[in-house]
Ligand binder design. Sequence first.
Ligand code: C5P
Length: 302
Amino acid sequence: MEVAAPGKINLVLRCGRPGPDGYHPLVTVFQAVGLREHIRAEAALPGQYTLTYTSGAQGLETDSTNLALRAAHALARHASGRGVPGVPGVHLTIAKEIPIAGGMAGGSADAAGTLAACNELWGLGYSRRQLTEVARTLGADVPFGLYGGIAAATGRGDTIEPLEVNGLYHWVLCTQNFGLSTPEVFRRFDRAYAAHCAPAPLTAKERADIQSGDPLRLAGVVTNDLEAPALDLRPELGDTLAALERAGALAAIVSGSGPTTAGLCLDAKHAESVARIVLEAQVCARAIVTSGPVPGAFAPGG
Ligand code: C5P
């Protein structure tokens, strides 16, 4: 069984003060982009859960702390709890395209892809809604990995409302040779920027602009409360954002908690030109041209 799970960028990310569980209330809009994890699941003996990465996983552990393996365990446990007899184990093989610790939810995509693949492999027949309940126990970004597309999200970022969008948005994603720790970026946000208990909901105009498919309208909407704290921790990201804008991007934002930055472009040709200019400026490791929305790990009909 093979499944592709997309990385994400946040078109909007508004953040409130953390609740008693330490999580921050979010108003966010995710877009799934064409950088994907490829997850293959093969049946193994009951109780056996193993994982091999074939690419892009330098330094990642493949022990029981790994989020994809935790996802397989969690789904097997959930199924057993519902009385499904003799759930087998799984051997996972993952080829990674999404940067590690990049603010694009690569680890969450591995988990979402594992849930979707094991659901098929084990013949569980869970709906997307049922898988989402397991997904949100694994991390705030895991549910969106199942949905893909473009979606508004609230709560921890795990209550998902898919948005229909009229077209594709084209991006240049600038990756870095360093990662940023998501909890650290949130902590910096709390110390220096947290102003409101609850983030403001999406306005009707924001929704309409996001759904328009018009990059010029989207450019006026993109915003990220985690950008300032990410820039405090890694000031050189300011150079990447400035280079994207100088290269002609309609808007440039930090993706999630960073350090990946994203430049919005008019079309694929414009994105190629922006990527070339940004690479010449030597402000990033890679400049990747991509577009979206793309489907999630649990595609409609999948
Ligand atoms: O849910 P996940 O494990 O992906 O989140 C990683 C970390 O990001 C959390 O431990 C928490 O520090 C922070 N986080 C948060 N509020 C959110 C989502 C994540 O503070 N809504």
